[in-house]
Design a protein. Structure first.
Length: 389
């Protein structure tokens, strides 16, 4: 009995020696102890952890998840989260959000109850809802299935390789991939429907699953036969926003794992090495915006201001803030601070373009700045609303 125990201990020790030598542990540990003896660190174990972290394997992507979230205005937004394996543990490193205006508009249309929808059947009114949910889930399923599988075990620091994979995944989607995306999207839509109805039993969910071909919502007109039910129209998928969100999230993830700001990581990708000095961008601030009730001037959508480029960044930013604050204290027909958009810009009633010029000139005068020398103006024309092809 004792000999058997001694034999197991001997075999275990031999296995440990072989394992540690194959991974070069005794040599690295000896080097660390010699360095620690010379440096005499205050935090011994923190010093050791920092030293061994430099010897650890580079982080690799272990999971990519895209999900549907909403911003403070209720607009549809894509959230892409990147999970990496660092020091043998899975950690969510970075997430990025991208607003998708096209899908949001479909959400807005489904809540419209005007005269155009007055004579439509419930099935016809629910058609945009069905198409919208299917389209959204197909786009998210593309990231969660095809892209997530392609990026598995990739180093987030290899941005160029990852971007090529993302472009190739968009351009070379096969019929088999489309089937996989459609199956994942259908599962997600069914889960959304079940979770949205409280108190629903499992048997009821199974019965409703057999009726999935009639649409997502249960408000379909039951007087209609199956031949008259609207068939879902599957439009081509545009993955641009989702791929962009994935690429940006991976760039943020790489910056965090490399322990440097994201702009420094992107600069290193562009120039091959991190720059010692960086040039800050010119601060542009949107101060005036046009809304439906903001006067007769229709061709100007936004007015922004920016400082002179021959002054330090902090001084230019301070000048922009002072002009914005003084602009809020002015009054033209009505106090400006009573008409503020949710983005922070003012929306006064403006009938002529000269009013914008006079408002900014007066605000600069109150801030002791010269309009056209210290502060400049730019406009964003409403070309997408004027032009009608």
């Amino acid at each position: 009995m004792a000999s058997a125990t001694l034999l197991r201990d001997y075999e275990r020790k031999q296995k440990a020696v072989k394992y540690f030598k194959s991974n070069d542990v005794p040599k690295k540990l000896e080097e660390l102890l010699n360095i620690m003896l010379e440096d005499d660190p205050e935090d011994v174990f923190g010093y050791m952890a920092e030293h061994f972290s430099l010897l650890a394997k580079p982080p690799t992507i272990s999971r990519v998840k895209a999900e549907e979230v909403y911003d403070n205005k209720g607009n549809f937004t894509v959230k892409v989260s990147i999970c990496c394996k660092i020091n043998g543990m899975d950690k969510v490193i970075a997430s990025h959000y991208v607003y998708v205006p096209g899908v949001s508009n479909s959400h807005e249309r489904r809540h419209h109850n005007g005269k155009k929808n007055a004579n439509k059947t419930p099935a016809a009114q629910n058609t945009p809802i069905v198409e919208s949910k299917r389209q959204i889930q197909r786009e998210l399923a593309f990231i969660n299935t095809i892209v997530a599988e392609l990026l598995l075990q990739k180093n987030p620091a290899d941005q160029q390789e990852i971007d090529q994979i993302l472009r190739k995944a968009k351009c070379t989607a096969t019929a088999k991939d489309d089937e996989l995306i459609a199956a994942a999207a259908a599962t997600a839509v069914t889960a959304m429907e079940d979770s949205s109805i409280p108190g629903r039993t499992q048997s009821e969910r199974k019965r409703s699953g057999n009726k999935a071909h009639t649409g997502i919502h249960s408000t379909v007109d039951r007087n209609l036969s199956s031949d008259k039910l609207p068939r879902p129209v599957i439009s081509p998928i545009d993955y641009d926003d989702h791929i962009l969100a994935t690429s940006i999230a991976i760039a943020q993830c790489a910056g965090i794992t490399c322990r440097q700001p994201v702009y420094a990581h992107i600069s290193r990708l562009l120039h091959g090495q991190a720059q010692e000095k960086y040039i800050m961008p010119i601060p542009l601030s949107v101060v005036l915006s046009r809304t439906k009730s903001s006067g007769k001037l229709k061709f100007v959508k936004e007015v922004f201001i920016f400082p002179a480029i021959n002054i330090p960044y902090i001084d230019g930013l301070r000048n922009v803030i002072e002009v914005y604050q003084h602009l809020g204290r002015l009054s033209i027909k009505a106090p400006l601070n009573k008409s503020i958009t949710d983005m922070g810009s003012y929306s006064p009633p403006i009938d002529k373009f000269e009013q914008i010029h006079d408002m900014l000139r007066e605000a600069c005068a109150h801030a002791h700045l010269e309009f056209g020398k210290d502060i400049f103006m730019g406009i964003k024309c409403a070309s997408d609303e004027i032009y009608d092809p």
